[in-house]
Every structure is written in C-alpha cells, then in structure tokens.
Design a protein around this ligand. Sequence first.
Ligand code: GKR
Ligand code: MG
Length: 435
Amino acid sequence: TAPATGADLTITDVRLTPILVADPPLLNAQGVHQPYTPRLIIEITTTDGITGLGETYGDTKYLELARPYAQKLIGRSVADLNGLFTVADEVAVAKERVDDQVDVGGLRGVQTADKLRLSVVSGFEVACLDALGKAQGLPVHALLGGKVRDTVEYSGYLFYKWGEHPKGIDSEQDDWGEALDPSGIVEQARTFRRRYGFRSFKLKGGVFEPGQEIAAIRALAEAFPGSPLRLDPNGAWSVDTSLQVIEALKDVLEYMEDPTLGTAAMAAVSARTDTPLATNMCVTTFDEIKEAFTRDAVQVVLSDHHYWGGLRNTRDLAAICRAFGVGVSMHSNTHLGISLAAMTHVAATVPNLHHACDSHYPWQSEDVLSERVAFRDGAVTVSDAPGLGVTLDRDKLDALHQRWLDDDGQMRERDDAAAMRVADPDWETPAFPRW
Ligand code: GKR
Ligand code: MG
C-alpha cells in the first residue's frame, strides 16, 4: 500500500472511544433530549503513525457493530474506501437490533441492518479520508474533487427548550434559557444571530399544537424580515394539518420539512402545494429515492453523511438529486466538531447545495477538539489544511469517555421518550399523526 508519496497507508491500529456529551433539554415530537448523549470517536492509525479521526452515533447497537468492524480494518489501506462497504457486509447485525427498532430517538424511521452499517461506515470513512489527506498533504475536500465554495453556510437550529433538565438527575447547566413560546423562540434566534451570525433559521416543531408553532414562525418572520425559515415537526401532522400549516406560512417558508410521515402522505401534501417539502425521514436510503422522486413527494433532500454511509455517498446522493431537479440541504443530529468538519468538507464540494446546512453543534458546549470549529457570519470556513483540519484534545476525550464509563447505562442509549418520562412519568411517544 505504499503510494508514490512514500507514505505507508496500511491501518495498524483502530481506537474506538465511546463518550457522553452534555446536551440541553431540547424538545421534539418524541420527547426531550437526555442530559448526555452518546457519540463514538474513531481514531485510525497507519504504519507511518498518521492518525485519522471520525465520529458517529455511539449507542450500544452502533458500538456492537463498530468493534468487530474495526478489527477487520487492520492491515487494510486507508485509501481503500470502497472496501469499507465490503467489509461492513461481513459484520453480522444482531436480529434484535433491527427488528422493531426505531433509530435515533425515533426520528429516522425503522432501523435496518443496512442503515446501521452505513452509519458505522460513515465514521470510519471520515477517519480514513482524514488520514489519507494528512498522508498526501491534501484537505478532505480535495480528495472529494475539490471545493466549489470557500465557506459553508449553516442555519440557526431553534428548539423549544426547558430552562434546565429535570431536578434530581445529573446534568450540566446551559446558558440558553427557556424557550416555550413564540417570544422565547425569537429570543433564542436573536442569541443565535448574536453569537454565530446565522442568517436563516429552522424551528424543530411537532412539540406544541400547530397553531402555536405557526405563531412562532410568524414571530420569527417579523423579527428577521427576509430570513429563510423552515419548520420541521418530524412527521407529526396529518396531510390536512400539514396543508393548513403550509397555507398559513407559505409566504415566509423556505421549505417545510417532514410535515407528515411516509412517502405516500408527503406526496399527497406535495400535490396540493407549491411550497417545497424537504425530508430527512422519508428519503434516508438510496432504495427510497425512486418512489419519492417519481411521485414528486419531496423537493429537497437533507443529506447526512452519517445516514448515507459517508462523504462520497453524500456526493452520489447530491448527483442523483441534481438529475431529478431535487434540491439538496443538510440534516444534522447531535454531533461534535469532527462531524462538523466532515459536513463542511463535503458540503463545500456539492455544486447543487443551495440551502444553509443544519447543525446541532452550537448546542454542544463540549467537544473533543483542541479548538472548536467556528461559525462566522453564519458560516464555517472550509479548511485547506491536510485532512479534516482538526486536532484531537486527548484530555477532553478522556474526560467524556470517563463520563461514559461512570454511567450506569441510562444515558448510553439515546431515548428522548425515556428522558421525557423523568419529568412526566405518564409520557408515551404520541401516535402519529398527532395533529
Ligand atoms: O435532535 O431533536 C433532535 C432532532 O429532531 C433530530 O433528532 C432530527 O433527526 O434534527 C433532526 C431532523 O431534522 O429531523
Ligand atoms: Mg428533519
């Protein structure tokens, strides 16, 4: 595996570090975020001692797959990116991990073995690209064909939010305050604008009855005239409710994200409105594209390299969208700076990315990097340093891993409904459509 540059790209070591990261009490259709959320940090080392970093979901079902997978990568080359998928197919996924399971707080549909594998592969692909870039003196975007923009714009991702996590459970205090009504949401958006300069905003909906969420978007439109706005109830509404909300907001929405659940219902909404519908729920795999696009169920797909199996698959997705005239935006789940760097590199290479990307990163006060990735004027500058352009801080990583080790198992799986039951023991994840 020794290329012309002389670097030996053989993988000699893979280190997996599960961590728990502090997360504020953000509300969504399933419940509320736990005080700590699991992530997995991946470090791949080559014969020459070059290290590549990756990050993905850290719940047990991902760790169970990542551990044997990591072993199979020893002796392979970090340049063998296609081989990452072949190796993944060799790792068995336990049946109980996919049967009747829903993914990531229930917001990504039914879990399948393929989705699970792709989410694991995504973290390793990023780590391989980081190592390969460092070995060759090239930024990750150059390995993907080169950047077509120097900065990547992000949206301010607004959430209804409690002031603090329920009393009596271990948690960190955040400095965002409470946001439970339209004025709280506007205040939160002002803080986002002041701290990071975001110009467009997305509100996570599906929390309160639709009238209140309409009022919040109206209040945002008034406070930030001309700013692109999006609302995402994660499929909580019926077709009729979706159409009513769209009618009430059509003059201010950039797009409506997953108003209702499933391709058929999305297509029914889409047929009766000109407001673009976006999704990170009904198109999450290549298999789902054909039906959704041919039925014109969605006009914008939110890519997410963690879902789609990495940065190169994200580019494939964008190419398919281009062929069908479907727009591309970017989805995010709770994540740290390694993922934000990866998102920024791939976003920089996608010509048909015409919307600000989502990112949860501002909600994470903790990171494993020596320097946080910075938003300026609502955007991240694309790094031209070799690899991802980020550096691991081992002390920070160790501290967040220690939290994972000390946990009694409660926080090691993300479960927004369970977190809600701490405050409201009678809480059941609502049947959808809720409204
Ligand atoms: O973190 O509560 C959340 C979000 O709802 C997240 O889980 C979703 O996957 O942000 C995502 C979305 O756009 O649907
Ligand atoms: Mg969404």
